[in-house]
Design a protein around this ligand. Structure first.
Ligand SMILES: C[S@@+](CC[C@H](N)C(=O)[O-])C[C@H]1O[C@@H](n2cnc3c(N)ncnc32)[C@H](O)[C@@H]1O
Length: 407
């Protein structure tokens, strides 16, 4: 408007003049004519103008170049095998260890931390994918397959650093960060596969990492086909579970974080699900302890709790399941065993699944007054009995085939 006023002062004046719209229109026409005659050039938009007004490419505004990467000291650990030496104050190891200890990090980044030669070797042999190795001496690397080392970043750190972050009582100076192993892509050791039995384990809310690791180790030792962990169980990749598992994670498939609705689809067809139950229905005092050597009787439905507990289970219908001692025959094939959690024991979902497959309660008799066994101990007792029964059945079937009864 100011420029227009300068070029066509008549137009502005006539607009302000009272009662003059026709005059204003005429003034506007005069103003436009004056504008056309004006010696002032209308310039193209600013971005198209160069220094002399010619069209030019827009120059990018000068940006600060990114800072150069910190100088990394690289050394060779063999042909084609390079490692980096962590500089003093390098906080990567600390960060990685702290983060890998949190489930959130493991889930979010899909990485797990493995410590020690044995576990790392087992993981590599099963096909787990390494990302970074932190080691304190070159000797630690020599024990690992070179081809696998080449897939990962290698970072040499001081032993004191590993020691201060280690979860082990006697740290070995070797920590690996791996992509979270996918059981479907693992190749388990041949002796494990050849000893595998049609025996599965379901962990129902096992929260203690030491217990879960011990259970996994027993499951691998007994020759279980696989282990299913329902939601509510501790994460199997938690360092304490790994430590107690002693390599079981790389010997048999562990399927974690299952809700009860999806458990059946992870079980083989025709499976019978039994539950290890510390509540012996024949306990005279209702304490749940087995006190009679007689054959167990059919269980009554478990009484629903009088008051709603913290999980809101009041009024949950508990199905009727036959009960028997664990050492009596229960292994039809395939068979799965549920181990209840430390605090609440077996969940109603576990009992329903067992009932729907024609399963049983398996009771390990204990001295009256002893409440229950530790879940890992109970799992080991039942699984190894399951193994004994399955092998015995197998042997009997073999003999029947070799020496068929004639007539
Ligand atoms: C520590 S117990 C559960 C105790 C829990 N407070 C309860 O009262 O149910 C954990 C699990 O181990 C198994 N278990 C423990 N003692 C057992 C026994 N005597 N016979 C069979 N299973 C047993 C069961 O699966 C049980 O749910």
């Amino acid at each position: 408007m100011a420029a227009l006023g300068r070029l066509a002062p008549g137009l502005c004046r006539s607009l302000l003049r009272p009662g003059g719209p026709r005059e204003a229109a005429a003034a506007a026409r005069r103003g436009v004519r004056a504008l056309r005659r004006s010696p002032v050039r209308v310039l193209p938009p600013r971005k198209e103008r160069g220094a002399a007004g010619e069209k030019q490419e827009k120059q990018p505004s000068p940006k600060k170049p990114p800072p150069p990467p910190p100088a990394v000291e690289r050394s060779s650990a063999g042909p084609g095998l390079w490692y980096e030496k962590a500089a003093p104050g390098d906080r990567r190891l600390g960060k990685v260890v702290t983060l890998a200890k949190s489930k959130k990090f493991r889930d979010h980044h899909g990485k797990v931390l493995l410590e020690g030669h044995r576990l790392i070797k087992d993981a590599l042999e099963a096909g787990a994918v390494p990302q970074t190795f932190f080691f304190s001496t070159i000797g630690h690397l020599k024990e690992l397959p070179e081809a696998k080392l080449k897939q990962a970043s290698l970072v040499k750190v001081k032993f004191e650093d590993i020691k201060s972050w280690s979860d082990l009582i006697t740290p070995q100076g070797l920590i690996g960060i791996f992509s979270k192993p996918d059981h479907a892509k693992m190749s388990y050791p041949a002796p494990q596969l050849t000893s595998s039995l049609p025996l599965l384990l379901i962990c129902d809310n096992i929260r203690d990492p030491g217990n879960l690791g011990t259970i996994l180790r027993s499951a691998a030792g007994a020759g279980c086909e696989k282990v299913l962990l329902t939601k509510g169980c501790v994460d199997p990749w938690e360092p304490k579970v790994l430590r107690a598992g002693m390599g079981a994670h790389f010997r048999l498939p562990i399927i974690a974080n299952l809700d009860w609705e999806s458990v059946p689809s992870s079980l083989p067809a025709g499976v019978q699900v039994c539950v290890a139950d510390n509540k012996d229905p024949r306990g005279a005092d209702g304490s749940g302890s087995a006190d009679s050597p007689k054959a167990p009787v059919e269980s009554k439905p478990r009484a629903a709790p009088e008051h709603e507990d913290e999980e809101g289970e009041a009024g949950v219908c508990i199905p009727e399941l036959p009960a028997q001692y664990y050492y009596e025959s229960w292994t039809q094939t395939p068979v799965a065993v549920v181990i209840g959690g430390e605090t609440h024991g077996l969940s109603p979902d576990a009992l329903h699944l067992a009932a729907s497959t024609g399963g049983k309660r398996l009771v390990i008799p204990v001295v009256p007054g002893v409440d229950s066994l530790n879940s890992a101990i109970a799992a080991a007792i039942v699984l190894f009995e399951g193994k004994r029964q399955l092998l015995q059945r197998h042997k009997q079937e073999d003999e029947r085939q070799k020496f068929p009864v004639v007539g």
